[in-house]
Design a binder for this molecule. Structure first.
Ligand code: FEO
Length: 397
């Protein structure tokens, strides 16, 4: 389906339904979103709803403000905006509210109670906030906006906004993907690419809050939805069932027979153990991924372990500790808290050998069911590697 556009040249708004426009910002250069490597950039999606009253749903990062205003100006005079809906406090969506309030000073800002609290604390002033709760409706004329609070998906303040007359769910961070693109809709790209980015987004941002996602999905199931308009990336209009199904699987912490082996190595001894572990899992028909921390970013590793049953982590010992790359990965992993997994720590050492116990302790503190750790002094011999394979084959469930 061809998208409908207004105006010409750069910074065009994109019509997503009658009198409803995407007016966001495209961050082509974004490569790091607080530690999450965004190889495809991102967008900050803001949506303009024109009726007797004019509403703007979310804004953009502060440095995309002019871009957003240029898009809005091709539809209406931005000073005529009556309502700003702030679905989420985080600054990639609220960052332009103070600037917009300078040209639309009478616009009221609607947010959840935690949203009003967070926005007030962050921006150190009352920008005309009004609190809403689940079920509250704001009439714009023919259109209306219904609010659904979704706390901890992924901040305490999150909410979604539903426009029943056009069956659009403005879902904010949920269902998002970090993709910068000229196109706005899911049917304008390859679905497997969008799903890969949606999976990375879920693994790196949403995963710790799976229980809250389940509750948000149950609220969404009560709605008649034809468009899901998230705050990052492409708008879902063709593959709504697919992305909801994926969120059900991811939030259920469902795993498959897959083993991710994450390691760093000094003199290739830990690497040899890693490959022995891989052999054992392969012989038990597991899908395996070898993820050397020297060549893989931790945010890409999280995508790979989203549905992995076994998470094996290896480090040699350096100055009585694990390698810093492994330590950074484990800190990140612990924060993102995948559930229902098996863990295995491994590594080689020369004399101290403390790293293996440290890795084991961290994996155990994630709540993983642990296999007996593998610890080899100096360079593993062929017979030792064969023994690892043999023993592990018998333990894999
Ligand atoms: Fe896209 Fe939680 O901000």
């Amino acid at each position: 389906m061809k998208k409908k556009i207004l105006g010409s040249g750069a910074m065009i708004p994109v019509k997503i339904a009658k009198n409803i426009y995407w007016v966001g910002g495209i961050d082509w250069d974004l490569r790091n979103f607080h530690g999450y490597v965004t190889q495809k950039g991102s967008t900050y999606n803001a949506y303009l709803v024109i009726d007797e009253k004019i509403a703007l749903i979310d804004t953009v990062k502060h440095y995309h403000y002019e871009e957003m205003i240029e898009r809005i100006s091709k539809v209406i005079d931005p000073s005529k905006i009556n309502y700003i809906i702030s679905n989420h406090v985080e600054m990639d969506h609220s960052g332009s509210i103070p600037l917009l309030k300078k040209i639309a000073p009478h616009a009221a800002v609607y947010a959840s109670p935690n949203g009003v609290k967070g926005l007030t604390e962050h921006y150190k002033s009352d920008l005309g906030f009004k609190q809403v709760k689940t079920g509250d409706t704001l009439k714009l004329g023919k259109y209306s906006l219904r609010f659904i609070l979704t706390p901890m998906v992924h901040w305490p303040d999150n909410m979604m906004t539903y426009l029943p007359e056009e069956k659009i769910l403005f879902s904010n961070d949920a269902f998002g993907q970090h993709i910068a693109s000229y196109d706005r809709f899911d049917d304008e790209h390859q679905l497997n690419m969008i799903m890969q980015e949606a999976a990375k987004y879920y693994a790196n941002i949403v995963m710790p809050y799976s229980e809250q996602v389940k509750s948000a999905l149950s609220d969404a199931a009560k709605l008649d939805i034809e468009i899901i308009a998230p705050s990052h990336g492409l708008i879902w209009r063709k593959h709504i069932n697919e992305i909801i199904h994926q969120y059900e699987e991811w939030s259920g912490n469902l795993t498959k027979n897959k083993c991710v082996i994450i390691f760093d190595t000094m003199w290739n001894s830990t690497k040899k153990i890693a490959y022995a572990i891989q052999s054992a899992f392969e012989s038990r028909d597991f899908e395996t991924e070898m993820l050397n921390l020297q060549t893989n970013h931790i945010s890409d590793i999280m995508t790979e372990l989203l549905n992995a049953k076994y998470i094996c982590v290896g480090s040699p010992t350096l100055n009585n500790n694990m390698l810093p790359t492994v330590s950074a990965f484990l800190t990140y992993l612990k924060g993102l808290a995948p559930k229902n997994r098996f863990g295995l720590a491994f590594g080689s050492y020369g004399w101290g050998g403390q790293s293996i116990g440290q890795v084991e302790d961290t994996l155990a503190s994630c709540g993983f069911e642990m296999l007996e750790s593998i610890k080899i002094k100096y360079v593993p011999e062929k017979n030792q590697l064969a023994e690892i394979i043999n023993k592990l084959e018998g333990l894999i469930k």
